[in-house]
Ligand binder design. Structure first.
Ligand code: MV4
Length: 462
């Protein structure tokens, strides 16, 4: 492998380019016409325009990307996250072209991408699961029978969904048929597949996910967990490693469970097994993500492993390195996703960044693609940077994150920096006492308290 095309944009494209550079690989960026001035296009050795702004005609267009791959003569494609990263057809097209897809096999993307077949695999591997339907629930009669068995509240999920899209919570029998029909219609319209399944609903869970890493020779291990409970409308905002409430015994139990699932499948590459952790400390399987995750840096900080480099080396056929095999967890890491958005309405706030300063210093990492003079386009995700802190313990990681959030400066657009500072000041958050419901009752800061809207002293010389 000598030359890699990065089929993505934004901070993850930059992240992958950096990993390739460290491995001595040539890089080919692809970009839409809206991304001509983007950092990923500037940093790569070559850069190819693949179409107009809308993703459907550029970053999601398999023919456009494959044409660029042919033209540049690449050996491999890294899909990043989002876009085509979990599209098994794309992975299959790469295979047909003789280009290495840096990720799992298409069969595994497909089997784990479908929540019903993923559940069946998890069951086979002995992974704890919430009571629910065995497979797809096709009729109202079947839904009724399952509901009688597991009781209320229950949740209806789309087999082709994921990340929380297309879920319906049902609190009593009177709503069951209506919500079941609605779930099927929305699943068909949203994912082209009406299949739904039913589970007992867990009211105040934490979202705990295990990082898996597996080579193409049967070696597999987990690299601990991340707690991603701080999210809004299924968009994660803050992630951390380790989960502040897990005991070492629970950690080992969830980790072993995730490894057993991956082994049952014969999984290869990076992957993430997601679990719900209920208030009694019981954990239950949710889904598997077959890509590198946005929040991978917190695991990198607590393990010292470069996950993207390891992912590429695995795709080159290498065995898990000694560093991965012997990795131990140390310290604590937190990630805050910085979005270009109105802090009170959460509406995206694209526009030109007139001034930009990234924080630094001990235990701080910034993964971003923006710079002073860059215009955040309105067509894509509003995340403009990830601020990641590390400390020997959670308190130190939190202190460093507060310091970094105060130091960061983004002028010309609105961001959620002040929002993060307010969360990091919340007693329940500081205690680690939160669930996925945390932000539902959280009051955003008033507009005046935004740090970057008040003048800051310029950096000192000498
Ligand atoms: C659940 C649940 C409660 N009970 N399943 C949301 C994302 C998708 N992976 C599954 N999700 C959930 N599944 C049962 N049986 C609650 C959620 C959920 C959630 C999970 C993780 C993080 C944030 C969440 C926000 C709302 C709902």
């Amino acid at each position: 492998m000598k030359k890699v095309l990065i089929a993505n944009r934004g901070e993850i494209a930059v992240r992958v380019i950096r990993a390739c550079q460290e491995l001595g690989l040539r890089t080919v960026a692809v970009h839409s016409t809206a991304d001509r001035d983007s950092l990923h296009a500037k940093l790569a050795d070559e850069s190819i325009c693949i179409g107009p702004g809308p993703s459907s005609k550029s970053y999601l267009s398999i023919p456009s990307i494959m044409s660029a791959a042919e033209l540049a003569g690449v050996d491999a494609i890294h899909p990043g996250y989002g876009f085509l990263s979990e599209n098994h057809e794309f992975a299959n097209v790469c295979r047909a072209y003789g280009i290495k897809f840096i990720g799992p096999k298409p069969e595994h993307i497909q089997a784990l991408g479908n929540k019903v077949s993923a559940r069946a695999l998890a069951e086979k591997a002995g992974v704890p699961m919430l009571p629910g339907s065995r497979g797809v629930v096709r009729t109202e009669e079947e839904a009724h029978a399952i509901a009688k068995e597991i009781g209320y509240p229950l949740i209806i999920k789309a087999a082709a969904g994921g990340g929380g899209r297309g879920m319906k919570i049902v609190h009593d029998e009177a709503d069951l048929f209506r919500l079941f029909q609605l779930a099927q219609v929305e699943a068909l319209n949203g994912f082209g597949n009406p299949d739904c399944f039913i589970e007992r609903y867990c009211a105040r869970p934490r979202h705990v996910e295990i990082q898996l890493i597996a080579d193409e020779h049967g070696n597999i291990r987990h690299l601990g967990e991340r707690d991603c409970s701080i999210q809004r409308r299924h968009q994660k905002l803050i992630e951390e490693a380790p989960c502040p409430v897990l005991t070492q015994a629970q950690r080992e139990s969830i980790g072993a469970t995730a490894v057993s699932l991956a082994k049952t499948v014969g999984y290869q590459s990076l992957g993430t097994a997601e679990f719900l952790l209920d208030e009694d400390g019981q954990f239950y399987f949710m889904e598997v993500n077959t890509r590198v995750q946005v929040e991978h840096p917190v695991t990198e900080f607590v393990t010292g492993i470069d996950l993207v480099k390891e992912q590429i080396k695995i795709a080159m056929g290498q065995e898990l390195s000694a560093a991965v095999r012997e990795a131990k967890l140390f310290g604590h890491s937190i990630e805050c996703r910085i979005n270009a958005e109105d802090p009170s309405t959460f509406a995206p706030w694209p526009g030109k960044i007139t001034a930009y300063h990234e924080p630094g210093g001990p235990g701080i990492r910034v993964d971003s693609m923006v710079y002073a003079g860059y215009t955040v386009p309105s067509l894509y995700d509003s995340m403009i940077a990830k601020l990641i802190s590390f400390g020997r313990d959670r308190e130190e990681a939190l202190t460093r994150m507060r310091r970094a959030l105060r130091e960061m400066k983004v002028d010309g657009i609105r961001t959620n920096i002040a929002f993060h500072l307010k969360v990091l000041d919340d007693p329940k958050f500081i205690e680690g006492d939160f669930s996925t419901k945390f932000l539902e009752t959280f009051v955003p800061p008033s507009p005046q308290s935004s740090p970057q809207s008040s003048p800051q002293s310029s950096p000192q010389g000498g």
